[in-house]
Design a protein around this ligand. Structure first.
Ligand SMILES: C[S@@+](CC[C@H](N)C(=O)[O-])C[C@H]1O[C@@H](n2cnc3c(N)ncnc32)[C@H](O)[C@@H]1O
Length: 213
């Protein structure tokens, strides 16, 4: 959804509109999978305006949110102004720098709608680096735009995508790129996919992965 980021103050409303609200249950699922109990340490990649970050903080996680876009981060900082600064850190940082964090530092690494904005080479790097940052029992939680698997879902998604792409071009002159097979990319990076849920004709998904033995 890179096109919406050209207007960060309209990003949240825009996301709800073009996903017919499906982004909300997707985010809630991602946050509850990333924070199974209070006090877990979470790295959020591409935190944007902080919609998922807020849910993580509400669940009493200890969160580091990174994003390369300072304007999106500014919106996140405003949204999370009341959060306890000892349990929330927002950093302007690109995902390709996450290997600067110590190995085994996090219980969860979560990314919502961020990986689909990266090249497949960057995604591959980020997924492998995420594996190193996780504790042995840690989980990787990815929420993103994906290609539907079933033929009927593909047909419905294609019908829905036309107006969505048109709207994107009108507003910002660019479109998003759903990930063809996120599960396969996770497995190639050393994760076993333990669960997957989908919304909106199978075009939005949350996949949870654990490090393969
Ligand atoms: C579509 S927004 C999603 C924001 C938020 N996670 C959500 O679910 O609403 C994608 C965010 O990922 C960030 N992003 C994309 N590629 C990134 C990268 N390589 N490093 C850091 N942030 C990145 C963008 O700046 C943007 O804020």
């Amino acid at each position: 959804m890179k096109w919406l980021e050209s207007a960060p103050h309209r990003y949240d409303a825009g996301m709800r509109l073009i996903t017919f609200g499906a982004v909300e249950p997707m985010r809630r699922e991602a946050a509850s999978r990333a924070v199974p109990r209070q006090g877990v340490r979470v790295l959020e990649i591409g935190c944007g305006t902080g919609a998922v970050t807020q849910l993580l903080v509400d669940k009493k996680a200890d969160v580091v949110g990174i994003d390369e876009n300072p304007e999106m981060l500014e919106q996140a900082a405003t949204r999370l102004a009341d959060a306890d600064s000892s349990t929330l850190r927002l950093c302007e940082q690109t995902a390709s720098e996450i290997d600067r964090f110590p190995a085994g530092e996090f219980d969860s690494v979560v990314a919502s709608m961020a990986l689909s904005e990266m090249s497949s080479a960057e995604r591959s790097f980020v997924l492998r680096a995420a594996g190193r940052l996780l504790k042995p029992t840690g989980v990787l939680v990815l929420a993103d735009e994906v290609r539907p698997r079933r033929s009927l879902s593909r047909l419905l998604a294609a019908l829905f995508r036309g107006p969505q792409v048109l709207l994107a071009w009108i507003i910002a002159g660019s479109v998003s790129h759903p990930i063809a097979d996120l599960g396969a990319e996770m497995e190639a990076a050393g994760f076993s996919v333990t669960s997957e849920r989908r919304w909106l004709f199978g075009t939005l998904a949350v996949l949870v992965g654990e490090r393969s033995p």
